[in-house]
Ligand binder design. Structure first.
Ligand SMILES: *[C@@H]1O[C@H](CO)[C@@H](O)[C@H](O)[C@H]1NC(C)=O
Ligand SMILES: *[C@@H]1O[C@H](CO)[C@@H](O)[C@H](O)[C@H]1NC(C)=O
Ligand SMILES: *[C@@H]1O[C@H](CO)[C@@H](O)[C@H](O)[C@H]1NC(C)=O
Ligand SMILES: *[C@@H]1O[C@H](CO)[C@@H](O)[C@H](O)[C@H]1NC(C)=O
Ligand SMILES: *[C@@H]1O[C@H](CO)[C@@H](O)[C@H](O)[C@H]1NC(C)=O
Ligand SMILES: *[C@@H]1O[C@H](CO)[C@@H](O)[C@H](O)[C@H]1NC(C)=O
Ligand SMILES: *[C@@H]1O[C@H](CO)[C@@H](O)[C@H](O)[C@H]1NC(C)=O
Ligand SMILES: *[C@@H]1O[C@H](CO)[C@@H](O)[C@H](O)[C@H]1NC(C)=O
Length: 832
């Protein structure tokens, strides 16, 4: 115990005693079971308690585990005469008895318990001054591989007995990295993550640690400490990934077969395999020795390598270390025959292909491993069908499979196809592949005309366009229906105007010569035509078209008397409608192909407006023209040959007339119903509309309106509403019941302006329901209102008389019919 610690204890004790001693109940009192806590290591002769004697008790005695330390005075003062030591006895069980004067026990023995409270008076001590340990390389970080252990006699329930371990030095220490760590409570030593990674017995197999232990949780400046040295040997880790394994595929040995192994550093590990590739079937297993097996034959062509992991776990199922990667490569054996690229491989070769030319390459496959002897293939032709004109027309290069032409005697016409059987072999297998070689025709035949001259043909010049006038024929010996045998006919001479064309029949190669544009005797009377027959495909070199591909033909065109020809079908002209009679308004021209003179005439001049000069074709007006009657005047012009067969032809002459302002404005209709009610109550107005027959501009006419006579201005007023409408208003109400005819001047504002005066009839009449009741002029045969009423009354009278007669008769016959009597009385008044 240090001096300081002792002082502390003393002070505590003094405090304990001075604050309580003398106070009734706490430090003195009657005898009863009591417990006292006293720090160990205090000065001796310390008073614990003063028991008070209760008569007849006069003295006290102490028994129990006094160890010669605890004493009681007869007057009841309990004390200890030596320092206590918790580590010797932590609890003293004492008994105190009270005696009377005769020494008889009157009370007790009463248990008095003394608990010795710990003070940190013991230093922690390592059980060994030096520890030896060993650790496997790559051990899991944090997994203890050894312990150091220190003891401290102080109460482990108090900080005095709580020990903290610490590594204070690691030798060697490279780059200040700690490879080891200690559990500060248990003293368990393990590797750090770095240590797990980097420790390597080959680099350095020995490490020395200095480990300290401190009591009081290492937190107190009064804590004691001890240290020890720890020697650690790093051992090679035998938990190592095995070397990659090679397994020959398609093995016939009995399975499973051991292929490799893993070992945990210590016995008792539980091994398992993990398939990270998630294979549908996993053909490996591991036993509890760590031996790894393949469980069935492998197939390299299915999967050529495997990667999986071996795991070691402790009995609780916790991994002991990192999983180990196991790599398996499947070794090829030649267990697959070569395969042909397809059931039949087709090559094509032209008839005129040169000897030695490459025709094509047969590439067979072998799924055994590439670039090994197992997949090296050799090619050999074993059969040729047909052997015409001889066998051995083709060669194949043994390792490349390239075919070459060995003989130059191919003729499509004779043998269009050869079938070859090719043996393809690898180290152990042979496969037969089929190659078909198609011979392709080449354009080495020219078209040959059946005859070189198609003679003379005479045709009238009016032969219809589209007529077939001649069939020509050439033949080509190349393969039918190809560009080498199809024939195109061209006219290479005698038809510079392109009046003829030749169409080829695709089936027969016949050429139909047709008229494409009208023949014309006057232009070309004799065509000396040369046809050429060609193939659309070019000829192979060395072959040329010769004279047999050409043919001649003479076309003689005869003259036909043709109608005169107008230069246009429609002639158009435009004149103003007010041109004077005799003005030339247009002309037409026609020519006769045979050069005859032409006489012109008109047809359809229904208004008799025009005349045509029979010789010149000039057209003149012979009457005033009127745009308002015909804005576009259409007539036919006829051209007739003079002499010859008097053939004629017609064309149209359209004369457009342009407008002049030659129509005065007028009312748009005959206004008969304009009226004012009589007598007028106030001035009123009426609307009317004007129009003009001349051509109007887009925005319509712009008329101005005025009264036709100044004297009317006191009664009437005309005011314009817009370009076409105006209103006529009365200025007062003083008019008679009659019809007024108001003259109104309307000006069209044209150039020159034209003015018309119209008369607008306005009636003042008696109105019935705002309608004019017009007694005015009575037309003969139409009855007046009075007459109409008279006629109506007369009619009723006659009907009444007839009814009355009928009634009287019925009354006489039947006597009493009330209904009929009532009817009769209704009719009665009419009778008067
Ligand atoms: C340390 O030693 C003590 C006394 O020998 C023992 O009771 C304790 O279990 C040991 N601790 C360890 C972790 O070995
Ligand atoms: C003891 O270790 C624990 C965790 O390992 C840590 O939290 C604690 O602070 C350490 N105590 C001392 C005194 O170093
Ligand atoms: C194994 O080899 C034999 C011939 O050696 C072959 O017929 C068989 O197809 C092969 N099996 C596989 C899975 O490759
Ligand atoms: C070549 O083989 C094909 C079938 O693949 C057959 O149709 C053809 O007739 C054969 N040709 C010859 C010339 O034998
Ligand atoms: C075709 O006409 C020419 C002259 O127009 C004449 O020389 C030739 O003999 C005629 N040919 C035939 C085959 O009539
Ligand atoms: C044109 O060539 C063919 C062969 O291609 C031959 O048969 C024919 O006689 C030749 N004609 C002429 C006019 O030379
Ligand atoms: C009439 O013909 C002559 C040519 O002869 C031409 O210049 C003129 O424009 C023609 N006149 C009309 C109105 O067609
Ligand atoms: C002119 O006025 C009349 C009467 O108001 C109307 O009916 C007509 O549509 C107008 N015309 C124009 C072009 O505005």
């Amino acid at each position: 115990m240090t001096t300081q610690a002792r002082l502390d204890c003393l002070c505590l004790l003094i405090l304990y005693l001075t604050t309580g001693y003398g106070q009734e109940g706490k430090f003195s009192g009657p005898l009863k079971p009591m417990t006292f806590s006293i720090f160990e290591g205090q000065e001796p002769s310390q008073i614990i308690f003063q028991f008070k004697a209760d008569p007849p008790a006069v003295t006290f005695v102490l028994t129990g585990e006094t160890d010669g330390i605890f004493q009681i005075q007869p007057d009841g003062l309990l004390y200890h005469n030596k320092a206590l030591d918790r580590e010797t006895r932590a609890v003293h069980k004492l008994q105190v008895s009270a005696l009377d004067a005769h020494g008889n026990t009157v009370e007790g023995p009463v248990p008095i318990t003394i608990e010795v409270k710990d003070i940190n008076d013991n230093r922690p001590t390592f059980l060994q001054t030096n520890y030896q340990g060993s650790v496997r390389q790559n051990s899991r970080p944090g997994k203890p591989f050894m312990y150091v252990n220190a003891t401290d006699l102080d109460d482990p329930a108090t900080p005095n007995g709580q020990l903290i371990y610490q590594i204070i030095m690691q030798l060697p220490k490279i780059n200040d990295v700690m490879y080891f760590q200690i559990n500060n409570k248990t003293g368990a030593i393990s590797l750090t993550a770095e240590g797990s990674r980097e420790l390597d017995p080959i680099k350095n197999p020995f490490y020395k640690l200095v480990v300290s232990v401190e009591d009081m949780g290492g937190q107190n400046e009064h804590s004691f400490s001890d240290s020890t040295s720890v020697d650690i040997t790093v051992q090679e880790n035998i938990w190592k990934a095995p070397e990659p394994v090679e397994i020959e595929e398609n093995s016939t040995n009995t399975h499973p077969i051991k292929i490799t192994q893993v070992r945990w550093n210590d016995p008792g590990a539980l091994y398992s395999l993990m398939d990270k590739e998630k294979l549908p079937k996993f053909p490996f297993s591991i036993d509890q020795e760590g031996d790894i097996y393949v469980t069935q034959p492998l197939d390299r062509e299915e999967k050529d390598s495997y990667v999986f992991y071996a795991i070691a776990k402790d009995e609780l199922g916790k991994p002991l270390a990192f999983p180990l990667k196991v790599q398996v490569k499947v070794k090829d054996i030649n267990d697959n025959p070569p395969t042909c690229p397809s059931t039949v491989t087709v090559f094509e070769v032209q008839e005129n292909e040169q000897i030695g030319s490459n025709i094509g390459t047969l590439t067979a496959h072998d799924i055994d491993e590439e670039n090994t002897i197992n997949s090296v293939l050799g090619y050999k032709i074993v059969d040729q069908i047909p052997k015409v004109p001889r066998d051995g027309l083709f060669l194949v290069q043994t390792y490349s499979g390239t075919f070459q032409l060995a003989g130059q005697s191919l003729k499509k016409q004779d043998t269009p196809q050869y079938n070859l059987t090719v043996e393809v072999s690898d180290k152990d297998f042979k496969t037969l592949c089929h190659v078909q070689i198609n011979i392709i025709d080449i354009n080495d035949q020219i078209p040959i005309f059946e005859k070189s001259d198609y003679g003379n043909l005479t045709l009238p010049e009016d032969t219809a366009v589209g007529s077939i006038i001649l069939t020509i024929q050439a033949t080509d010996a190349d393969e039918p229906h190809t560009g080498s045998s199809k024939i195109l006919y061209r006219i290479i001479q005698g038809d510079s105007d392109g009046r003829l064309e030749v169409e080829t029949d695709l089936q027969t190669n016949a050429g139909y010569v047709k008229v494409k544009k009208p023949l014309d005797f006057e232009t070309v009377a004799v065509h000396n035509i040369v046809f050429q027959a060609e193939n659309p495909e070019p000829l192979v070199s060395g072959v040329q078209y010769n004279a047999s591909s050409f043919a001649s033909f003479r076309l003689i065109v005869t003259d036909v008397n043709e109608t005169p020809q107008f230069s246009q079908q429609v002639f158009q002209a435009k004149v103003s409608e007010d041109v004077p009679k005799g003005t030339k308004v247009g002309n037409v021209t026609a020519k006769d192909p045979e050069g005859l003179d032409i006489s012109y005439s008109l047809r359809g001049d229904k208004r008799g407006w025009l005349r045509i000069d029979p010789v010149t074709g000039e057209i003149f007006s012979v009457a005033p023209l009127d745009r308002e009657a015909e804005s576009l005047y259409r007539v036919e012009v006829v051209a007739t040959e003079v002499g010859g067969s008097s053939l004629s032809s017609t064309a149209n002459f359209h004369l457009a007339l342009t407008d002049v302002n030659d129509n005065p404005p007028r009312l748009v209709k005959e206004y008969t119903g304009l009226f004012f009610c009589y007598p007028p109550k106030e001035p009123g107005s009426l609307i009317f509309e004007a129009t003009d027959d001349d051509q109007q501009l887009l925005r319509g006419p712009h008329f101005t309106f005025s009264l036709g006579s100044e004297s009317l201005q006191k009664d009437w007023e005309v005011s314009k509403i817009n370009g076409t409408h105006a209103s006529l208003s009365t200025k007062h109400t003083n008019f008679e019941e009659k019809v007024y005819h108001i003259p109104i001047r309307i000006n069209d504002g044209g150039r020159p302006p034209l003015e018309g005066t119209v008369s607008l009839p306005v009636t003042f009449c008696t109105c019935v329901e705002e309608r004019c009741f017009q007694p005015a002029e009575r037309l003969p045969g139409i009855p007046t209102v009075g007459m109409a009423v008279g006629i109506l009354l007369t009619t009723f009278l006659v009907i009444g008389i007839i009814l009355a007669v009928v009634f009287i008769r019925m009354k006489r016959n039947k006597g009493q019919d009330n209904v009929e009597r009532a009817q009769a009385s209704e009719v009665e008044p009419l009778r008067n």
